[in-house]
Structures are given as C-alpha cells and as structure tokens.
Design a protein around this ligand. Structure first.
Ligand SMILES: [Zn+2]
Length: 103
C-alpha cells in the first residue's frame, strides 16, 4: 500500500486519489504540496498540528505538536531529512493510539 512519505497518510479509500506529487523518495499527498512542490518541513509540521487539533477538540496544541513529532519521526523520509521542529517532546504510544483510534 502506498502512503504519503511526509505525513504517512495511506492512499486508500477516500484518499486513494490524493497523491499531489511523485518524488524520487515516493508519493506526497495533496495536503503537503503547494504549487507543484513539497511544502517546507515547517509547513508540513504545522499542517499536522492543525490536523490533530481538528481530531482532538480539546485544543491542546502542545499535545498536537507531540503527536506530530511522534508521527513524523516514525517516517523514513524525516529520518533522512531531519529538521529542527522534530526535536522536542514526543507523544507516548498510548497518547498516539488514543488519537489514531478516532480517525
Ligand atoms: Zn501527506
């Protein structure tokens, strides 16, 4: 199964046609692409924060940031393209599991 290299979103179901860009590293979803190019790591990070805030209406931005780090740090692309935003506190497996169960 293909998934977005920068956010991990699987291209299946409602998202089967959401590939915005094919790169040498793999496909990138439409949410992480702007004007035909991959968004900056900081913009992709912020997009993830907004996504998790939309899933968890508690509005806990610190938690959302930790969830994004947990997600992005687990992706091969970011392991080979690290950036400053990924340094910092990371959500626990339990916190991540609670949110993923809501998707
Ligand atoms: Zn993506």
């Amino acid at each position: 199964m293909k998934s977005c290299i920068t956010c991990g979103m699987p291209f299946e179901g409602d998202h089967a046609n959401d590939i915005g860009l094919e790169t040498a590293d793999g496909p990138v979803c439409i949410h992480d692409v702007q004007d035909g190019a991959m968004k900056t790591p900081e913009d992709i990070f912020e997009g993830g924060v907004q996504f998790f805030l939309s899933v968890d209406p508690s509005g806990d931005r610190a938690l959302a940031e930790r969830l994004v780090r947990k997600n992005m740090n687990g992706l091969a692309y970011w392991q080979s393209h690290p950036f400053a935003g990924l340094q910092g506190p990371v959500a626990t497996d339990e916190e991540f599991g609670v949110v993923m169960a809501k998707l």
